[in-house]
Ligand binder design. Structure first.
Ligand code: HAM
Length: 419
């Protein structure tokens, strides 16, 4: 048997309603805030990610699906979508004016990671990018939108954690301070952190190895070493968050795994997710677009793994299990044609209808099928009904049943909807 490749999975019809609900909620709320959708290709030139995300990051160093095409060009399945969105804005000349761009995307990303609960090699992200303003109100309002979205999904206890990782002025200074603080403990650090100490020392700050945590907790926090501009920016982001009533905590060791972040970084942590507790993350990336050859254009955004959102949804979320369609039970071959006609009439009136031409199946078996499909109404067509030109209508919610003339079927269902 050929199985789905490791780290990928099928989303079967039984679970897809949860995905659609999350996506619809995202579209609705993002639209309320003036965001518009952007769709970029699934693969890009490898260089976009090596330059955009950074050579020293885990993503670029060990997680990319990179291949040569038939002409020898190096291409990569996108591991994230901030760099592709930046590329698209530059390529289409959309950054020449001073206007802001508020964009969102929903789609698959690819990372060669060790699969576990909530971590896949192909996973869907829902993300947003705001490009064209470095005003702290942009950070705060985007986070307000995010928390509104998560609140609608009733995901339980969530914590918004914010930090600032400084800019090209203060970060190098802090980097030296951090390296000086950690170097004496080098031999006690994990292998990853020993490597990071040389290549990307800030990443030591969010190492999850307990022994490393103890060492790193003793190092000076970045918030004490921000330059005046970055400190003021962070204070104003927090001020706007407070003004909008968005609860948050400061997480001084929150640095993220991508090189492009400047100033604000954040994560939303769920207490119900266990090891994969970060539901999503994001931050400000004011240098990225210039790094990719565009004009100076600051940006802020986030992305969330859709698997993790769907996993955390409560089972009884309103809108999830709404029975809507009509299932038509046909008993005997002569009922099939009448069933098809009834289905056609219902669909014309905008109602979903299904007839499964299996007339040899018993009433009981067909009723079971209607239940599985979560039909709101079942129509029964047997020899008696055909002879009388009627159908038996059953409302599944309460079992109410009546016989109606085939010609007045649509009207009868409308009455039963409200009855
Ligand atoms: P990221 O932290 O690499 O950031 O990924 C964002 C989110 O994607 C994670 O918090 C997680 O929910 C989900 N995710 C990442 N890897 C996996 C995986 N292997 N399986 C399932 N879910 C995963 C970014 O991607 C940035 N582009 C976010 C951003 C947008 N920053 C600014 N704008």
């Amino acid at each position: 048997m050929i199985e789905a490749a490791k780290g990928t999975r099928d989303i079967l019809p039984g679970e897809v309603a949860r995905w659609q609900l999350v996506e619809q909620q995202a579209r609705d709320i993002f639209t309320l805030f003036g965001f518009r959708e952007i769709r970029t290709p699934i693969f890009e030139s490898t260089e976009l990610f090596t330059r955009g995300v950074g050579e020293a990051t885990d993503i670029v160093a060990k997680e990319m699906y990179t291949f040569l095409d038939r002409k020898g060009r190096s291409l990569t399945l996108r591991p994230e979508n901030t760099a592709p969105v930046a590329r698209a804005l530059i390529e289409h000349g959309l950054l020449r004016g001073a206007e802001m761009h508020r964009l969102y995307y929903i789609g698959p990303m690819f990372r060669y990671e060790r699969p576990q609960k909530g971590r896949m090699r192909q996973f869907a992200q829902i993300g947003v990018e705001v490009v064209g303003s470095d005003h702290p109100a942009v950070d705060a309002e985007t986070l307000q939108m995010l928390m509104l979205f998560l609140g609608r999904l009733r995901l339980g206890a969530l914590e918004l954690q914010v930090n600032s990782v400084g800019c090209s002025v203060c970060r190098p200074v802090y980097r030296d301070i951090l390296v000086a603080a950690l170097r004496p403990h080098r031999d006690a650090l994990c292998t990853d952190c020993r490597r990071r100490l040389e290549t990307n020392p800030l990443r030591c700050l969010d190492c999850k190895v307990p022994a490393d945590r103890a060492i790193v907790d003793g190092a000076p926090p970045i918030l004490e070493h921000l330059c005046a501009d970055c400190a003021a920016h962070f204070a104003r982001v927090r001020g706007h968050l407070d003004g909008l009533g968005v609860a948050h905590t400061v997480a001084p060791r929150l640095v993220r795994g991508l090189d492009y972040y400047r100033r604000t970084t954040f994560e939303v942590v769920s207490t119900s997710l266990g090891a994969q507790s970060a539901l999503l993350g994001g931050g400000r990336y004011d240098g990225l677009i210039e790094e990719l050859g565009g004009p100076p254009a600051p940006g802020f955004g986030f992305a969330m793994g859709e698997d993790r959102l769907v996993m955390s949804l409560p089972g009884d979320l309103p809108g999830l299990e709404q029975a809507s369609g009509v299932f038509i039970v046909v008993l005997g071959d002569e009922a099939v044609a009448a069933g098809l006609l009834a289905a056609a009439r219902l669909r014309e009136a905008g109602r979903a209808a299904v007839v499964e031409p299996a007339p040899q199946k018993s009433l009981k078996a067909q009723m079971r099928r209607a239940n599985d499909l979560k039909a709101r109404f079942v129509l029964i067509l047997g020899a008696d009904e055909i002879a009388r030109g009627t159908l038996t209508v059953k409302r599944m919610a309460d079992g109410a049943q009546q016989e109606v003339a085939a010609a007045s079927l649509v009207q009868a269902l409308t009455e039963l909807d409200h009855g």
